[in-house]
Design a protein around this ligand. Structure first.
Ligand code: COA
Length: 575
């Protein structure tokens, strides 16, 4: 269990460089050999409003956001007011006395001045580098040598100017020294392992890397927060692997282009967020109808409408499963962690290609922007799959692109490579692809398309699922997506503190369901808790409808993810 960690929350005004400070700190601390979980939340505006970065780092496992923090580093009064109550009993406030004035909620011994603006002005003649003074102070508290921070200055600010780099190095050193002199008693010493074979990635980066590992060939995108970094990453990297990434005029056009690329045999992906997914819905139906495989990564954010563009929510599940006119088979997946993003994206490509269906991968803003260090994935272990093609020499006459097969999958020719012609259309069609509206045909073709989901459902029953079933337990938690780490840590806490065993199930393929396995898990349980980051309990409704159960719903709809403490409290209340 992760008790061996230090949680520092850094907060101030958007534009002051809170995020840069947190990012560089995370990188330096991870390179210094600690495990990290680094979360950020910020307003939708470019400047102004409250920005927060929380680093949890140590030698133990760090799987989730913590509610209570060891150190609050407040750049201004707003940051203090927002987060002072999150300090642990023995937590410490570090604050800039020029902009923050603690009140009697703090006792003298638990607060220390950290004159960020003064430290920056002393060494740089300005306050711009004050966030690097904060970085220096935090680095020293993690007992990570200052060189780890210095090395990153060029990487972060080199494109601005040499002067900016030098100023930031000076401020970093000033903050580091200040911390050495004034906060020695708060410094924590951890077992550090700087030589591990690891990479530091955000969820968005893990998705993009997973797509490259899967052999993606065509990415058609339109920028939208919080999915944009996936597209930006692939625009930069995909051409190096011979692929193409193109921006279109909107989400509808990007998915339409993706269907075109899939039609001619390419492995295709697009990344979007809620409002983009809803725009895509009709085109998505076309992919189901024309049986064109492709992967859509939907990074969920607070909705509806423009909603909370920079905040997290698990609220697109129902739309992903049911948001269709007519009945359009698709597969819905949700990685359970940042590491898992890397592995589930290639799996999504395999499913899309094997069953010739669209696959929607649901991540969310918190997963997308949280960074963790993960073991460098073994690329040789990533299986790729190409769709079924017609046998060479298949005669042109009478070729049936949409032949009615047992598992619903029929060979898909590649124009220009297979000498076979067919019409791929959104209209209902017969086995050859020609439009056909007869009652018998529509029924037979609907059944064909849905047989693919049945075959997929049977296949995933054989595949591993995140499942923890201690002997004799009668209480269990079922979750999905990014809540995995918080649930897992809450369950560990219950075992350690109360001696109580709680089961945990976290399916990665949400639709079609792994029915047999889920039934087996639910069978012995008297209480089932379903925590979700939405207002209505979307997954819970889905489980109720499928299994006739009455789970205890725990909802959080605040734009920030569950902490393990919240899940712990929710389970304990039910006990
Ligand atoms: N020296 C020089 N430059 C520095 C610096 C330093 N010490 N510290 C930070 N900066 C620069 C950063 O490099 C960054 O510059 P860039 O804009 O050229 O990249 C800028 O100052 C902002 O700093 P950063 O740390 O990245 O962010 P912040 O903590 O100040 O918060 C955000 C600003 C992140 C809230 C804001 O920029 C943002 O992106 N808002 C969200 C926008 C959005 O997605 N809206 C939704 C639309 S639907």
């Amino acid at each position: 269990m992760a008790s061996d960690d230090l949680v520092i929350r850094i907060a101030g005004e958007g534009g002051e460089g809170i995020i840069s400070c947190g990012e560089i700190l995370s990188k330096a601390v991870a390179r210094g050999g600690l495990n990290i979980h680094a979360f950020r939340t910020f307003p939708a505006e470019i400047k102004g409003g409250l920005a927060m970065f929380q680093l949890r780092a140590g030698s133990g496992l760090t799987l989730s956001l913590k509610q209570r923090v060891d150190i609050l580093l407040a750049f201004n009064q707003e940051a203090y007011e927002a987060y002072v109550d999150n300090l642990k009993e023995d937590g410490i406030l570090l604050y800039d006395p020029k902009l923050c004035h603690p009140d009697d909620r703090m006792q003298g011994s638990r607060q220390r001045e950290l004159p960020l603006e003064a430290l920056s002005s002393e060494v740089t003649e300005g306050t711009r580098a004050k966030n690097m003074a904060a970085l220096g102070a935090a680095l020293e508290l993690y007992n990570v040598p200052v060189e780890y921070g210095q090395k990153l200055m060029e990487e972060y600010f080199g494109h601005k100017s040499e002067e900016v780099v030098n100023n930031n190095i000076k401020a970093l050193e000033a903050g580091y020294q200040h911390s050495q002199v004034h906060y020695t008693e708060f410094k924590r010493r951890f077992d550090r392992h700087p030589d591990r074979d690891q990479i530091l990635v955000t969820g968005n980066e893990a998705v993009a890397l997973g797509a490259l590992a899967a052999g993606v060939e065509y990415v058609a995108g339109y920028p939208i927060t919080p999915a944009t970094p996936i597209f930006e990453f692939l625009c930069k990297e995909l051409p190096k692997f011979g692929g193409v990434a193109l921006q279109y005029e909107d989400e509808i056009a990007s998915l339409a282009a993706g269907i075109g690329a899939s039609f001619v045999g390419k492995r295709v992906m697009t990344a979007t967020s809620g409002p983009g997914l809803s725009l895509m819905s009709e085109t998505l139906n076309l992919a189901s109808m024309a049986e064109c495989p492709l992967v859509i990564v939907n990074v969920m954010r607070g909705g509806p409408s423009t909603g909370l563009p920079t905040k997290t929510e698990q609220s697109d599940l129902k739309f992903a499963i049911y948001g269709t006119s007519g009945e359009a088979p698709r597969c819905i997946m949700a990685p359970v962690s940042i590491y898992d993003c890397f592995w589930q994206v290639p799996r999504a490509f395999r499913i899309a290609e094997r069953y010739q269906i669209p696959v929607i991968v649901l991540t969310d803003q918190s997963m997308a922007y949280t960074s963790m260090n993960i073991d460098t994935p073994d690329l040789d272990n990533i299986a790729r799959f190409r769709r079924l093609r017609p046998e060479p020499g298949t005669p042109r006459d009478g070729f049936k692109r949409y032949a009615l097969t047992d598992d619903g999958v029929s060979p898909m020719p590649i124009p220009g490579e297979d000498d076979l012609r067919y019409m791929g259309t959104g209209l209902e069609h017969d086995e050859s692809g020609a439009p056909n509206y007869s009652p018998e045909n529509h029924e037979a073709m609907s059944a064909k398309r849905f047989r693919k989901l049945k075959a997929l459902g049977e296949r995933i029953t054989q595949q591993p699922m995140e499942e923890y079933e201690p002997e004799g337990t009668e209480i269990g938690v079922v979750g999905w997506g990014s809540t995995y780490g918080a649930i897992q840590e809450a369950i560990e806490m219950l075992k350690e503190r109360e001696g109580i065993n709680v089961a945990h199930l976290h399916p990665r393929v949400l639709s079609p369901l792994n029915e047999w396995r889920i039934r087996r898990f639910l069978g012995p349980l008297k209480k089932i808790i379903v925590p979700e980051e939405n207002y209505t309990g979307q997954y819970s409704h889905f489980l109720k409808a499928k299994f006739g159960i009455r789970p205890i719903e725990v909802h959080k709809c605040q734009g920030i993810p569950f902490t393990s403490e919240e899940i712990y409290d929710a389970i304990k209340e039910e006990l």
